[in-house]
Design a protein around this ligand. Structure first.
Ligand SMILES: NC(=O)c1ccc[n+]([C@@H]2O[C@H](COP(=O)([O-])OP(=O)(O)OC[C@H]3O[C@@H](n4cnc5c(N)ncnc54)[C@H](OP(=O)(O)O)[C@@H]3O)[C@@H](O)[C@H]2O)c1
Length: 230
């Protein structure tokens, strides 16, 4: 049985990752609320706001860590404030840095560990109104490659760059038939993402099945960032 730490395991992709890993592993969860935890057995839950609270002390080795908190803060550039940029940087980048620094000794103690971070499709392909979030997520991609280099060969670091995925975070983008239809049509695969399939990708990257992968930005975006189909 391995021990995984899922930061942001109470909702969306993080919650589905917990459900994917939990039957056969111990899963430690850190988030601000413990909603959606009913029926989960092999879990240990810690309440913490990664930006404002001290992180819990964990003494055991950690084989894999996924950092799931993030933002989708879409506004025209002229309306974005310095505060918006700082907030997006805080939750997407500084929170991940704080968590990885805190639990680096636990990852090292496992002998062979894996870290999964989150970017967005909007880093690889420019999209209007994404200036703040894509700036922050671009930093996450840089962090991924830097840490992968620094932590090799014992800790792998990879990043997932999703397109719009049906989770509470994306609710505002999908809360009408018209928005859902537009999002569906935009993707070459003619649908949006779902949290369960992304969770399987997280579980793969955390597991030894991906033992030869590090420093990768894995795009799960229905072809949006790579294909132009007329
Ligand atoms: N969904 C999409 O369309 C989409 C697209 C591109 C990229 N992404 C990225 O994918 C990742 C996962 O997104 P998601 O859609 O699954 O998000 P989500 O449904 O909002 O889940 C985020 C998780 O992070 C936790 N969290 C948020 N702020 C926190 C804080 N300050 N301290 C501790 N925990 C915190 C939340 O739990 P609590 O509220 O209980 O704290 C929740 O468990 C994010 O990095 C996001 O930017 C998502």
């Amino acid at each position: 049985m391995k021990t995984y730490l899922i930061v942001g395991g109470s909702s969306g992709i993080g919650l589905e990752t917990v459900k994917t890993l939990e039957p056969e592993n111990k899963v430690i969860i850190i988030s601000r609320t413990n909603k959606n935890m009913e029926g989960l057995k092999n879990i240990q839950f810690y309440h913490a706001d990664v930006l404002n609270d001290p992180l819990p002390e964990i003494t055991e080795p950690i084989h894999g860590l996924a950092y799931c908190p993030g933002s989708i803060n879409l506004k025209p550039f002229k309306n974005l404030t310095e505060h918006d940029f700082m907030q997006d940087f805080a939750i997407n980048v500084a929170g991940a840095v704080k968590v990885i620094q805190k639990y680096y000794p636990n990852l090292k103690d496992s002998g062979s560990a894996s870290v999964v971070l989150f970017s967005t499709v909007a880093v690889h392909i420019g999209m209007p109104f994404h200036a703040s979030v894509s700036t922050a997520k671009g930093a996450v991609e840089g962090l991924t490659r830097s840490l992968a280099a620094e932590f090799a060969p014992h800790i792998r670091v990879n990043c997932i760059a999703p397109s719009v995925t049906d989770t509470p975070l994306a609710e505002k983008l999908l809360n009408s038939e018209a928005k859902l239809k537009a999002a569906t049509e935009r993707h070459p695969l003619k649908r949006i993402g779902n949290a369960k399939e992304t969770a399987k990708l997280v579980a793969f990257l955390l597991s030894e099945a991906s033992a030869f992968m590090t420093a990768q930005i894995v795009r799960t975006d229905g072809g949006l960032s790579s294909l132009k189909i007329l």
